[in-house]
Design a protein around this ligand. Structure first.
Ligand code: CA
Length: 358
C-alpha cells in the first residue's frame, strides 16, 4: 500500500496514489468451544453440535432454548491486523465465517430464518423444511470477559443448570447486548447476524459431511459493525453458532455437528476447523508535514505512525520503476508521529512511504 507525494521545484503536491482493500484469512480459531451444560471436556471436543431443548419449555426443563452453542474466537491481531488503533480506525468490509459439517443424519439445509413461534409446542408449522444455522456475537457475565474466557472455562458458576458464563448475544433496538439463549421463551424476535449458507446445495436438501456452511455478517447493521470494530481493536473476534434443531422430538439423530480445530483431521489435513475471512480497508496513512530546507539541502517528512506496521521511506529522482532507493525502515511501539530527515540535494525529487505488515 504505497503512498506517494511529490516535490516539485516551485511547490509541493501531496497525493494518495491508491488505497487497496486488504484480505486476511484465518484458517484456525484460537478457541472453539462446545458450550453445552453437560459437556464434560470443554474445549477439546472434536465435533461441536448445536440444538435446542424446545419445544419442551424452559419452565419444565430449566435448559436454554439454544442449549448447545458453538463459541469461536479468532485472534485477528496474530493474523496481522494490528490491535489498539482505536475503534474508528477499523473499516471492515466483509466478515465471513465458514464451519464444516461433521455429522448428523438427515439434517435438512434451510438457508432462511424460521419464525419464533414455530419453535414452541402447538405453534404454527415451520413454513420450510429444516432449521437454519444461525450466527451471533458472544456476551460474557459472572466476571468473565472476552479477554479472560477460555476453551475450558466453566459453563456456569453452579453446574449445568446455572446461568451460562458465555452466550450467543444480539443487540436490542438501543444497541444493548442481550443473551439470546432463551430468546424464544423470552419472546425476543431476534434477527440473526447471519444465516448459514451452503452454496453447493439447494434449500431442502440433506447436508452432507464436509459441507462448508458460510456466514456473512450483517455489517450494514451499525451495532454489528461496531461489535466487529471493537473486536479488531481488542485483537480478536468472538462468534456464536446456534440452531433450533430439537432434541426432544428427534433424539440424538436430528441435530448438526461441526468440526472443531481439535479434530484429528485438522492436525492431519488442516482444512476442517472454523475459518474466518476478513476484508477491510486499512486506515489511511496520514502525512502530517513535509519540508525542504534549502540551506542545508535536507528534507523532513512527518507522518502519523501506528504500531504493528513496518514503514519504509523511499526516494526517486524520476519515478521510474527501478529508480526507488530505500532511505529508512522503521516500526513504532505506540501511535506517534514518525520523522524522517535526510539529505536531498536536488530541489526536485519524489518521496514515497510504504506501509506493510511485518
Ligand atoms: Ca425451517
Amino acid at each position: 500500500m504505497p503512498f506517494i507525494f511529490k516535490l516539485f521545484p516551485f511547490g509541493l503536491t501531496l497525493g494518495l496514489l491508491f488505497q487497496a482493500s486488504a484480505q486476511i484469512v484465518i484458517n484456525q480459531p484460537a478457541i472453539d468451544r462446545w458450550m453445552y451444560p453437560f459437556n464434560g471436556t470443554p474445549g477439546t471436543r472434536t465435533v461441536a453440535s448445536t440444538f435446542s431443548a424446545l419445544p419442551d419449555p424452559f419452565s419444565s426443563t430449566n435448559l436454554d432454548d439454544r442449549m448447545a452453542q458453538l463459541l469461536i474466537k479468532f485472534d485477528t491481531a496474530a493474523a496481522g491486523i494490528p490491535a489498539g488503533q482505536g475503534v474508528s480506525a477499523y473499516r471492515p468490509e466483509s466478515i465471513r465465517l465458514k464451519i464444516r459439517f461433521a455429522d448428523g443424519a438427515n439434517i435438512i439445509y434451510d438457508p432462511t430464518d424460521d419464525a419464533r413461534l414455530t419453535m414452541v409446542a402447538n405453534g404454527p408449522p415451520d413454513s420450510d423444511a429444516g432449521r437454519p444455522i444461525l450466527l451471533h456475537g458472544v456476551g460474557f457475565r459472572n466476571a468473565w470477559t472476552a479477554q479472560t474466557f477460555l476453551e475450558n472455562s466453566p459453563y456456569s458458576p453452579s453446574g449445568p443448570f446455572g446461568i451460562r458464563n458465555a452466550y450467543a448475544m444480539g443487540f436490542d433496538s438501543n444497541g444493548i447486548g442481550r443473551d439470546l439463549s432463551k430468546s424464544v421463551t423470552q419472546e425476543i424476535d431476534d434477527v440473526p447476524w447471519a444465516v448459514g449458507q451452503i452454496p453447493t446445495r439447494a434449500a431442502g436438501e440433506a447436508m452432507v459431511i464436509y459441507d462448508w456452511v458460510e456466514f456473512d455478517l450483517r455489517l450494514s447493521d451499525p451495532f454489528i459493525a461496531n461489535y466487529v470494530k471493537q473486536g479488531l481493536n481488542a485483537g480478536f473476534i468472538w462468534l456464536a453458532v446456534t440452531s433450533f434443531h430439537s432434541t426432544a422430538q428427534q433424539s440424538s439423530q436430528g441435530f448438526p455437528g461441526f468440526f472443531t480445530k481439535d479434530h484429528p483431521e485438522q492436525a492431519l489435513l488442516g482444512d476442517v476447523a472454523p475459518r474466518l475471512t476478513i476484508d477491510f480497508t486499512p486506515a489511511p496513512l496520514v502525512i502530517e508535514s513535509f519540508q525542504r530546507f534549502p540551506a542545508s539541502q535536507e528534507v523532513e517528512i512527518r507522518w502519523a505512525a501506528q504500531p504493528g506496521f513496518v514503514y519504509q521511506v523511499w526516494t526517486s529522482p524520476d519515478l521510474r520503476e527501478n529508480s526507488w532507493t530505500s532511505l529508512q525502515s522503521l516500526t513504532v511501539p505506540s501511535a506517534q508521529t514518525s520523522v524522517w530527515r535526510g539529505a536531498s540535494a536536488s530541489p526536485a525529487a519524489f518521496f514515497r512511504i510504504s506501509r506493510s505488515s511485518p
